[in-house]
Design a binder for this molecule. Sequence first.
Ligand code: ZN
Length: 407
Amino acid sequence: MITIFENASVLDVEAGTLLPDRHVVVEDGRIREITEAPVAAGDARRIDVAGRTLMPGLVDSHVHVTAYSANFTELQRTPPSYVSAAAGAIMGGMLDRGFTTVRDVGGADFGLARAVREGLIRGPRLIYGGKALSPTGGHGDVRPAGIDAHDDAYNQPGLGRIVDGVPAVRRAAREEIRRGAHHLKIMGNGGISSPTDRISSDQFSEEEIAAVVEEAEMANLYVVVHAYTARAIKRSLKLGVRSIEHGNLADEDAIAMIKERDAFLVPTLATYRALKDEGVEAGLPAELAAKIDDVLDAGINAVEMAHRAGVTMAYGTDLLGAMHRRQLSEFSLRSGVVPAADLVRAATINGAKLMRMEDEFGQVKPGLSADLIVVEGNPLEDISVLTTPDTHLKLVMARGTVTRSAL
Ligand SMILES: [Zn+2]
């Protein structure tokens, strides 16, 4: 099966330029070639792009596809069957916004990834790490302080699991690897949606973090850390963590260290804005809302510092429940401090590099998976082209299949 996109302006994300009048041939789910001359192929399906922009499908490197609610205590008590159905709806929405790959950093598993692969669920390619590892009382511990019991059945839905001590942490890491994890996620300090922790507290001992890093590296994987404070970021980097999530309270030192270690920063400004505006309505317990202010305004400063220091940033959103519709707002929120070409890179090639899958997706390039979108206008000149899919997103192709088209 051959599809030819004709008369396309191809966005070269590496160079940050548009290449006009190109013809892109897709065969068996992959990009076969990009030519300047029209391509003769008898029975190919032809799509006239009419000068619009053809670019790689978007990559969101920080999602939780099972988070149908912002109330994690509630999520944990919901039947897995319901959560899977809700995740299907959430992933379909992502695909319709132009995301063809997402990296789930807590909650998704091999079952959901398989359902997407087999076409049972409409959705982006799902890169997952299973459940995030958290110490007792950490960001993955959803028990209010008055509750001692917890159901640790693995199939109980939830973004995290509680593990304490080096042997338990190693075992949990090995279990996630056994279930096909693409990375391991740990909670490195407090978070907003967890009922009993403080943003300023570090989580896990150095020995525990080092053990997870060792297990990941033995399997040629990497570790992802939930971290806000400069202290937690530096501690994680020192112990070999490669992907820093959020990073709102980073200082210049922490940013320099991310750069020096060739690590990645995945800011998620979208979720703090969303939580502030409508978090409680979406299920966030009202008593946790005060924690949002600790990180909301600082987030943009961290992004600005990171951009200035040349840190590689990926696009992340971390949205929960009904707030998922704001998935494209991260572009707007960063646009005051990051140029459009870098925003596009964050949401394409940088995400692919972060996942070590740059030979699979993230560019319009021969040999790569045909994960492509067509947009009206030039996102390098006006990033709002990407944030307004109703009017500007004309086509989505995921792994060679057109999933949405207005052409
Ligand atoms: Zn998250």
